[in-house]
Ligand binder design. Structure first.
Ligand code: ZN
Length: 411
């Protein structure tokens, strides 16, 4: 999705502000001898920014406006190292609310809905983002925050909440509790807006069927406003994102070059109108792809696919970028296989080899299944793996998808 003339002029404006503010990115631009952005090539030559740059700017080094204009800060959780502090102007808060309102609208939520918000309030962008968008929409916010399941369910019944906003794991927990307590006929939920962490199709189906609701994936990250920068519509053909506020690129994480629309890679985001802490070419390390073509809903806002993992999971085999998600999707087309798998990559006799271990039950002809799986991988990825079918329960169970890939080439 090539950057438009309008977006280019917005980036140009941001670049000039960053240079004037002389923050880390302004300095980087000066070092690179950049003082304006007029063409697509100029844009593609701009340096990337990384989470580490933002950490090093702690506490307020990202501020690109005068402090008088800052009305709020948010912070990303500092699970690894220093937290990142993002300053917001009144306009940033307002823009974010408008984007979030649009998300609710795309999910078919209206001012008549009652929205129960379970993500956390505080330094992070979660709860308050859901709240802000809800108020802009004119719906009734029920600002619960996380935890206290008894009270959540009580309020859900008494106030007849029609929308639940939650992480996928909390939505599942609530669904199971509702089932267990036999109170489903007292629940009025119609829709769920779920923070787009990576979650499998099976979990999604379970939440949706146990609660009897439609689910929407909302995308966002604290560095770029917060949740609310994209959501799927009722046609569920990927997440529309708001290209009047943001420019998204999909890059090959290894080379940093843009990939053609439709191909998987890492999402890189440039904010077009942010005042407090504009970011240029910020590497999210989230993997997705631009979905080419038009959505049946008629929206002109482009779409990305549901986040399929982190670019740190990417494997380069025989010169081809491979993501565990691709293998997972192929395996998912074989009903005789379980959802468990293990990928081992090794380097033998001067060649990379990929071995895929899959589990099957009730299958007599392992050999034919192995050949069919190998052929399916070859047609999608371009090379033939060695496939081993093993008995159900043979592979180790792991929460983390990345544990399913073992790269023996560098050991
Ligand atoms: Zn649509």
């Amino acid at each position: 999705m090539q950057i438009s003339e309008k977006q280019l002029s917005q980036v140009d404006h941001q670049v000039k502000r960053l240079i004037a503010a002389d923050n880390f990115y302004g300095k980087r631009l000066k070092e690179a001898g950049v003082d304006s952005v007029a063409t697509v090539e100029d844009f593609l030559n701009l340096p990337f920014s990384e989470k580490q740059d933002l950490r090093e700017a702690y506490p307020l080094g990202l501020m690109t406006c005068s402090e008088d204009e800052v009305v709020r800060i948010h912070s990303s959780s500092g699970t690894t190292g220093m937290p990142v502090i993002i300053p917001y102007t009144a306009k940033d808060v307002d823009d974010w609310g408008e984007m979030f309102k649009r998300c609710y609208e795309y999910a078919g939520i209206t001012s008549r809905d009652r929205i129960q918000i379970t993500p956390g309030y505080g330094l992070w962008t979660a709860g308050i983002g859901f709240q802000n968008g809800c108020e802009k929409l004119g719906a009734m916010a029920i600002p619960m925050g996380p935890g206290n399941t008894d009270k959540q369910l009580q309020m859900m019944m008494d106030l007849k909440s029609t929308v639940i906003c939650a992480t996928s794991s909390y939505a599942l927990l609530l669904a199971e509790e509702i089932e267990k307590r036999g109170i489903r006929n007292k629940i009025h939920l119609k829709k769920g807006v779920i923070g787009s962490e990576r979650w499998g199709e099976k979990m999604r189906k379970r939440i949706s069927s146990e609660l009897g609701i439609e689910l929407y994936d909302i995308y966002g990250l604290t560095e770029i406003y917060g949740p609310g920068i994209g959501i799927n519509c009722k046609y569920d053909t990927g997440m529309h994102y708001w290209d009047d506020y943001l420019y998204l690129e999909i890059i090959d994480p290894a080379t940093g070059k843009n990939v053609p629309d439709g191909e998987w890679g890492e999402i890189v985001i440039t904010t077009l109108v942010k005042e407090g802490a504009p970011l240029i070419r910020f590497r999210t390390h989230d993997l997705s792809r631009i979905i080419p073509g038009e959505c049946p809903c008629g929206s002109h806002h482009p779409r990305i696919d549901v986040i399929s993992g982190r670019s740190d999971d990417m494997m380069k085999i025989k010169g081809v970028n491979v993501f565990p998600k691709q293998i997972e999707e192929i395996l998912g087309t074989f009903p005789e296989l379980s959802s468990e798998y293990q990928i081992r990559i090794s380097h033998l006799d001067g060649k990379d080899t990929m071995r895929i271990y899959v589990e099957a039950s009730g299958v007599n002809d392992f050999k034919s299944l192995q050949q069919r799986v190998a052929a399916a991988v070859k047609s999608r990825i371009g090379f033939t793996p060695i496939v081993y079918v093993v008995e159900l329960g043979f592979l180790p169970r792991s929460e983390k998808k990345s544990k399913r890939v073992i790269d023996e080439r560098f050991q």
